[in-house]
Design a protein around this ligand. Sequence first.
Ligand SMILES: [Zn+2]
Length: 243
Amino acid sequence: MFPSDWMTILVAPIIGSWLGVLVRRWPQGRPVAFARSACEHCGHVLNPPDMVPLLSFIWLRGHCRYCRAPIGWFHFAIELAALAVAILAVWAGGGVWLVLMNAALGWALLTASWIDAETFRLPDLITLPLILAGLLVCWVEQPAAIYNHAAAAALGYICFRVVDAAYYRLRHRHGLGAGDAKLLAAAGAWLGLAALPYVVFGGALAGIAMALVAKRGRLHAALRVPFGPALALAFFLLRLGGG
Ligand SMILES: [Zn+2]
């Protein structure tokens, strides 16, 4: 492992801590500061030892140091997820820049997924730049494939919009959101045409699995499940697998 790999893994929980603040405050239009500033229960200003990602939660056994109120699993879970993203990116390897870029992609997808899971909205401010970033990365990595990847982005978007329109005619409600279509466009931009069916199929499988776990097996057609996290997971794993 390179020293930069260790750095990526070490900063991951800190990034995760910031992503947690982003997920909690951004959809509500609240200002996004660098970190949590006060206890959500007693309002006590948090000091640096209370804000060490992962470790503070374990050390304080999930309770506020000042009022002993339970802190909740959210921040710990997203810090852990950010760490998992970094470990996967390092494990996939490919040199300093590739690892950093894949980790950044994973963190962006993690943030979008978490916001989608909580609000049923994938933020344009993440999905649209991801489309551009994917085309840029393709331009640098394999310039000859740029038309293929651009076509995949367009096709990904159109496919989901067409499926959603057909579903709407049939059921009179939306199955796939515009955000899902933009996320599939981003996957197309990063992975190219050949990988697109795998993203959709992998996303569908992951989506069914997530829905089963979330609803403990009570799966039916009226159930509303955000597709973003499943799609993002398939996208990220295919990218790491060199898809
Ligand atoms: Zn407190």
